[in-house]
Design a protein around this ligand. Structure first.
Ligand SMILES: [Zn+2]
Length: 340
């Protein structure tokens, strides 16, 4: 689909077709004040054992979402090629500059990698990363797992997710892969802002695609990391890449995944004011339409009543705003509906 584009400036120092475990870098040339012929070094690992399916595992698409980063670094450091059939390609910090800076977007060019797919080989550094993944890694993959969490400004119920897709056979495969991930919650969603997402590009190429939101708040917890690690193994077992025993152990971890639905835009509660936020509900709490779920105290002086923020639909709290201050347009909370 992108045959007319020039070659990518990014090089990979691994032979992705070779058996065994290899660890190296994607090298993105980046000439700058402090490094004249410098490069952005993006870690990559490939673990292969003979013919079989290929999984592309990515985290650090946003640089401040840590569960997947930790789970993929752990997998790359510990997985024995003899445990698998086929190939696993691991990019634990896909937007490496953002990861190093501890930010959602790249400090080099302000790029939000998950809004710049399929990318450009002659664009900004972040567009070049997207282009390399689109043209050089996605074509090798049968299935893709892209880890996300809430980052520094949101915290989520731990969930794996797939999308409602026009290709119903692909949609069913994605849903099975989400079930195999086995998180406490699962979500099948319609994206409000799908243009430029890694998900959209991978799904358009017919790849089984799973994404996650596994916590957030700019950190990770032992529980959220355990969910990421076990989910990863369940995903690889279901793909036929990891041996069956590993998968069976994983499946027992969270036997009762609760599926959620986001029926419409009323799931999102957005602040219209700035100030100091007082949350009145927390993750997983049930809410009814009209409930006061947060109050916002205006800046400036004491003695004023706070503004009440009301839920716009029935549901449970799936995500919540993290910082203690809000601005107009900030997402205060996201509500979802459990599916029986
Ligand atoms: Zn993210």
């Amino acid at each position: 689909m992108t045959d007319s584009l020039p070659p990518s400036p990014i090089s990979c120092d691994l032979d992705l077709a070779r058996d065994g475990a290899q660890h190296g870098f994607l090298r993105l040339p980046w000439s700058r004040d402090d490094s004249a012929w410098g490069a952005v070094m993006i870690p990559i690992s490939v673990i292969r054992n003979g013919a079989g399916p290929t999984a592309l595992l990515t985290a650090g698409n946003h640089g401040d979402e840590y569960e997947g980063l930790i789970a993929l670094h752990d997998l790359a450091a510990t997985l024995d090629p003899a445990q698998i059939t086929g190939r696993i390609i691991i990019l634990p910090a896909m937007n490496a500059p953002a990861f190093r800076a501890g930010t959602r977007t790249s400090p080099i060019d302000g790029g939000n990698l998950n809004r710049l797919f399929p990318g450009r080989p002659d664009g900004t550094p972040t567009q070049k990363i997207a282009d390399y993944v689109t043209r050089h890694l996605l074509p090798l993959a049968d299935c893709v797992l892209d880890f996300h969490s809430g980052g520094r400004t949101l915290d989520f119920l731990p969930l794996a997710a797939c999308h409602i897709l026009p290709d119903k056979a692909l949609e069913a495969r994605c849903r099975e892969a989400v079930a195999a991930f086995g998180a406490p919650y699962a979500l099948q969603m319609i994206e409000m802002d799908a243009v430029g997402m890694f998900d959209t590009t991978a799904e358009a190429m017919g790849k089984t695609f799973v994404t996650t939101e596994l916590g957030g708040a700019g950190t990770a917890t032992p529980r959220s990391i355990a969910i990421a690690k076990r989910g990863l193994r369940g995903f690889l077992a279901q793909a036929g890449i990891l041996a069956g025993d590993e998968g069976a152990t994983t499946q027992a971890a969270w036997p009762e995944t609760i599926w959620l639905d986001m029926p419409d835009g009323d799931c999102f509660l957005v602040s219209e004011e700035e100030g100091l936020i007082e949350p009145l509900v927390t993750l997983g709490d049930p809410v009814m339409r009209g409930d006061v779920v947060a109050r916002i105290y205006p800046f400036g002086r004491s003695g004023r009543m706070p503004l009440s923020c009301h839920a716009r639909r029935d549901g449970i709290v799936m995500a919540r705003h993290v910082p203690g201050l809000v601005k107009p347009g900030d997402c205060i909370a996201v509500f979802a509906v459990p599916v029986s």
